[in-house]
Design a protein around this ligand. Structure first.
Ligand code: GLC
Length: 580
């Protein structure tokens, strides 16, 4: 995945020690389209959301039939993983035709209808704009690999001969022995994902194959990609999520052992700024979300939002323990696990570094699961998940919720073979949505052995129909948290974020922070471990009483004189509290 690349891009800030933090209630609102202000997104993986025709694979008509459900969650927008024509070597990220819906999902008319139906319900839609590479059988690449020079020869990055390897700093990034042309091509992910040629930031004059960013063929390729964007915006999309957004323009810089994609951030930003300008001019309500994981770059006049998840601190939150359970490899402990051995300092250090660098420029998103990570519901109870969502819907930025997490869908077994490039834990996190207790848990009427991935075989596998009936189900708790995110000014995307506890080297539980907008102040207190926690922290806000907006019982002592507060939280609990 992008993990290696992005770890190399993230400069981990120095050790983070929390001083007494001051809540000011001040904030800056970044410029985003009106509809995206304070929006909550739901992520749909088309393969496994709903199968309308019984062929075992989800499709657009299936999604349309579930839009009322999506709307009922209280979300404002949907992000669709790629739905384009593809050989599916990487689950559709490998695009063969940018202008065509994959037949297994339906037709372009179905897509148009899907966007219209979402709009009718007041929801917006963004598509996956995957432009750092194409599928190996994309017609551009089919032309590019021909010996004869043609319009597409330079659309991809080819060395001059198959027999001479590119300089050592590109080790492992080139594929040799493919196609007619005497040269090696650069890949961006799997070998069958040839990198599109955005040019080199500092081409080596001795390596003629490294074209400058203003080479006419590079510019022509970029124009073609802009037309792809226009096509889907004209079809009714409201924006996009850019896959591997930071990995476009190449460089020959060497980064020790961390060299991977050799990308140049500054030149890559210039491209995204052009796209931002294009949107502002032609589609002023267009929204841009990056998979970059370095917000300080992504939000630098480029994107409105950056997914901040390919960095160590994010794993510290939810993933480490999951990896241990999945792979038997001990990678340490996650903060949001009941065993209570996690630490949140590394997360806070990286987060605060990026938060401070991007205030007023755009939003950081800490996704609540996605198709590349293990499910959050990996050996976690619904209550433990609810605490994670209480975090996700009360942090600054734009919340993204992965389909099925609202009912606590579980990570499925490691023993399954990979499907469409989804090696574990990815395939265990991409299984069919669980709608009911019916055949295939309501996902498909097809034969079980035809399904894209098997459904959760557990007798107590969670499902929507049952959870709808229970006011205290995770589904309904999730709805309440989404509603709270929308209703409280202090929980708005842009409202101030002030971490209050843990401080110093003491007990790392609970995690307490304030959100503030003007005079509105909300405290969020999270104790994910299965043991009670106490915390004392200083607080500079005057208040008379507290109002619990969500969560559990807790004890609060406010020492006005000393300006501090002591809280006692039961095991596995959280509270979102307004100071009045
Ligand atoms: C992104 C996608 C992932 C894909 C990879 C290569 O990380 O989220 O699913 O495999 O890029 O495109």
């Amino acid at each position: 995945m992008m993990k290696r690349l992005l770890l190399s891009l993230v400069t981990i800030a120095g050790a983070f020690t929390l001083q007494a933090q001051t809540i000011t209630g001040k904030y800056e609102i970044p410029k985003v389209p009106d509809w995206a202000k304070n929006a909550v997104f739901y992520q749909i993986y088309p393969q496994t959301f709903c199968d309308s025709d019984g062929d075992g694979i989800g499709d657009l008509k299936g999604i349309i039939s579930k839009l009322d459900y999506v709307k009922s969650l209280g979300v404002d927008a949907i992000w669709f993983n790629p739905f384009f024509d593809s050989p599916f070597n990487d689950a559709g990220y490998d695009i063969r035709d940018y202008y065509k819906i994959a037949p297994r999902y339906g037709t372009n008319d179905d897509a148009k209808k899907l966007f219209e139906e979402a709009h009718k319900r007041g929801m917006h839609v963004i598509f996956d704009y995957v432009i750092s590479y194409t599928a190996i059988d994309h017609p551009w690449f089919v032309q590019s690999q021909k010996q004869e020079k043609n319009k597409y020869s330079n659309y991809y990055i080819w060395t001059e001969t198959n027999w001479v390897d590119p300089p050592f700093e590109f080790a492992g990034q080139f594929v040799k022995g493919y196609g007619q042309r005497n040269g090696q091509f650069m890949r961006n992910f799997y070998w069958c994902q040839p990198a599109l040629n955005f040019g080199f930031a500092n081409p080596d004059p001795k390596q003629k194959w490294q074209l400058p960013t203003n080479h006419p063929d590079v510019m022509a390729m970029r124009e073609d990609l802009k037309n792809v964007l226009r096509f889907w915006m004209d079809m009714g999309c409201d924006g996009f999520r850019a896959d591997m957004a930071g990995a476009l323009v190449k460089t020959r810089r060497v980064r020790g052992n961390e060299q991977f994609f050799n990308t140049n951030e500054n030149e890559t930003k210039l491209f995204w700024r052009e796209i931002r300008q294009l949107l502002e001019k032609e589609y002023p309500q267009g929204f841009m979300v990056a998979e970059w994981s370095y917000p300080a770059d992504a939000l630098d006049n480029c994107f409105h939002v950056d997914f901040f998840h390919w960095f160590k601190g994010y794993n510290d939150l939810f993933q480490k323990e999951s990896w241990r359970i999945l792979n038997g490899v001990s990678e340490g402990h996650s903060y949001f696990d009941a065993e209570g051995k996690g630490d949140i300092k590394e997360f806070l250090a990286s987060y605060m570094d990026q938060y401070n660098k991007t205030l007023g420029k755009g939003y950081i998103s800490l996704p609540m699961g996605n198709h590349d990570n293990a499910r959050l519901g990996n050996k976690r109870t619904d209550k433990e998940l609810e605490i994670i969502y209480a975090f996700g819907f009360t942090m600054p930025g734009v919340p993204f919720l992965y389909y099925g997490n609202e009912i606590g869908m579980r990570q499925l077994p490691t023993s399954w073979p990979q499907v469409e490039g989804a090696y574990q834990p990815r395939n265990g996190a991409r299984t069919p949505m669980q709608w009911s207790k019916d055949k295939n848990l309501g996902f498909s009427t097809g034969d079980a052995d035809k399904l894209y991935l098997p459904v959760d075989p557990a007798p107590d596998a969670p499902n929507v129909a049952e959870q709808e009936k229970n006011p205290n189900s995770l589904l309904n708790k999730t709805r309440q948290l989404i509603a709270l995110h929308h209703s409280e000014p202090a929980l708005a995307d842009y409202a101030e974020f002030v971490p209050l506890y843990p401080t110093g080297d003491g007990d790392p539980y609970p995690f307490v922070y304030a959100r503030a907008a003007g005079k509105d102040v909300v405290l969020v207190m999270l104790n994910p471990r299965a043991k009670a926690s106490d915390a004392t922290f200083s607080i500079n806000v005057k208040f008379k009483k507290t109002k619990v907006l969500a969560g559990d019982r807790f004890t609060i002592l406010h020492n006005k004189k000393a300006g501090n507060m002591t809280i006692h939280m039961p095991a596995t609990s959280y509270a979102v509290v307004k100071l009045l």
